[in-house]
Design a protein around this ligand. Structure first.
Ligand code: A2P
Ligand code: 11C
Length: 338
C-alpha cells in the first residue's frame, strides 16, 4: 500500500532533501503535502516531476496524513508534532525537541531500529553529528564495548540551514573582492575561519551541540556509562560533517579487526588507503548516503585505544535520509498507517 505523507519545513535545507530522498528511494507515497510558514505560501516544489504547492503549517494540517517528516525547528515541532500524533499521524521529527524524552525513541536504523517498536506516534531523528558517529562506532560497540569517546567535529554550514550556506558564499565573494565580510548568522566570519561554537554555550563550558553528542550517544547505545567528550567546530564547508574520533574500548581489538567489521557494517564505506591519499572527505561524501570511515589506527596514548576519521553528508544521512530510513522500517514492520 502507499501512504499520505507530509513534510513540515519543506522549503528548508533538510525539508527539501527529505522530498528528494522520498523520491530517490521510491518511498510508497500516495500523496505528498508540503508545509512551511506563511512566508512560503505561493511557492511550489517538485516531487516526481509534478509541482506541489507549499501550504501553511497549521493545527489541522495533519488530518488524514499517515506520516509526517518534520524539520522546521524545535519550537515548531513542540507545538505541532503532538497535534499531528493526536490525529493519528506518525511523526519523524528531525529537531531536538523530543530526543531526550524517555518515551520517544531516538533512532538510527543501522544501530537501534528495535527501539521503534514502542513508539508513541513521535520518533526523534538524532543530531547529524551524532548519527554518523554512532553508525561508525556501532560495530565496535557490539564487538568489544566502548568505554570512552573523545570527538572533535568539523561541521558544514548547511547544518545551520540555508541562510548559513548563503552567508558563507557571500563572505567568500566579499573577501575575494576586498570588502568586509558581512556576518548575520554567525558572530564572526565563517569564510576562511573555524568557529569552536555550535549551539549556545552552557554553564558547564560545553555547547548545546557538544552535549547532544554526549546525551544522544548514550541514549542510542542504551549505555548511560559511555563517557563522551566532544568539541564541535564549524568550518567553511558547505555539505558534509567530518569527525576525528578517539575511542577507548572495553576489550582489546586489532586495527585489522576493526577494519573488517566496518567493511561489513551497514551504511558504512571504508576509505582507508592513506599511502594512496585515499581517506574520506566532505567533497566526496556530499550527495551520498553512507558514512565514510578512514584513518583507522591505534590510539597509542591509551590501552585499547583506536582513532578514526568519519565523514558523512549532514543533510542526507545526518538528517533527511535517516528520517526516511526510519519511515521505511515502520513500513516494513507494518507500524505505519493502521
Ligand atoms: P519558510 O521557508 O516558510 O520560512 P532552514 O533550516 O533551512 O532554515 O529551514 C527551516 C524550515 O522550517 C523552512 O521550511 C521554514 O519555512 C520552516 N519554518 C520555520 N519556521 C516555521 C514556522 N513557524 N511554521 C512553519 N514552518 C516554519
Ligand atoms: C549543525 N548539528 O550542524 C547541527 C544542526 O539538533 O538537529 C542540527 C541541530 C539539531 O549545526
Amino acid at each position: 500500500r502507499s501512504y499520505r505523507v507530509a513534510v513540515a519545513g519543506a522549503t528548508g535545507a533538510v525539508g527539501n532533501m527529505m522530498i528528494r530522498v522520498l523520491e530517490e528511494r521510491g518511498f510508497p507515497v500516495e500523496d505528498l503535502t508540503l508545509l512551511a510558514s506563511s512566508r512560503s505560501v505561493g511557492r511550489e516544489l517538485t516531487f516526481r516531476g509534478r509541482s506541489i504547492p507549499v501550504r501553511e503549517l497549521r493545527e489541522d494540517s495533519f488530518k488524514g496524513i499517515d506520516l509526517a517528516l518534520f524539520s522546521a525547528g524545535a519550537s515548531v515541532s513542540r507545538k505541532f508534532a503532538p497535534l499531528a500524533a493526536r490525529d493519528g499521524c506518525v511523526v519523524v521529527d528531525n529537531s531536538s525537541a523530543f530526543r531526550m524524552d524517555p518515551k520517544i525513541p531516538l533512532v538510527v536504523p543501522e544501530v537501534n531500529a528495535h527501539a521503534l517498536e514502542s513508539h508513541p506516534g513521535i520518533i526523534a531523528n538524532p543530531n547529524c553529528s551524532t548519527i554518523q558517529m554512532v553508525v561508525a562506532l556501532k560495530p565496535i560497540q557490539d564487538a568489544v564495548g566502548i568505554r570512552r569517546i573523545v570527538v572533535t567535529t568539523f561541521q558544514a554550514v548547511s547544518g545551520t540551514g540555508k541562510k548559513a550556506v548563503d552567508e558563507l558564499e557571500a563572505q567568500v565573494r566579499d573577501l575575494a573582492e576586498g570588502r568586509q565580510p558581512r556576518c548575520k548568522v554567525y558572530p564572526y566570519p565563517i569564510a576562511f575561519n573555524c568557529l569552536p561554537h555550535i549551539g549556545a554555550f552552557l554553564d558547564n563550558g560545553y555547547t548545546e551541540e557538544e552535549m547532544k553528542m554526549v546525551n544522544e550517544t548514550r541514549k542510542i547505545f542504551e549505555d548511560p556509562q559511555i563517557r563522551v567528550c566532544a568539541t564541535t567546530v564549524r568550518v567553511p564547508v558547505y555539505y558534509g560533517h567530518s569527525e576525528s574520533v578517539a575511542v577507548e574500548t572495553r576489550k582489546p581489538i586489532s586495527v585489522e579487526e576493526v577494519r573488517n567489521l566496518l567493511e561489513r557494517a551497514p551504511g558504512v564505506t571504508v576509505v582507508d588507503r592513506p599511502k594512496e591519499n585515499a581517506y574520506p572527505m566532505p567533497i566526496h561524501a556530499a550527495g551520498k548516503d553512507d558514512t565514510f570511515v578512514g584513518r583507522i589506527r591505534r590510539d597509542e596514548s591509551v590501552e585499547n585505544g583506536l582513532a578514526l576519521w568519519v565523514v558523512s553528508d549532514n543533510i542526507r544521512k545526518g538528517a533527511a535520509t535517516n528520517a526516511v530510513q526510519i519511515a521505511e522500517v515502520l513500513v516494513e514492520r507494518g507500524w505505519l498507517g493502521f
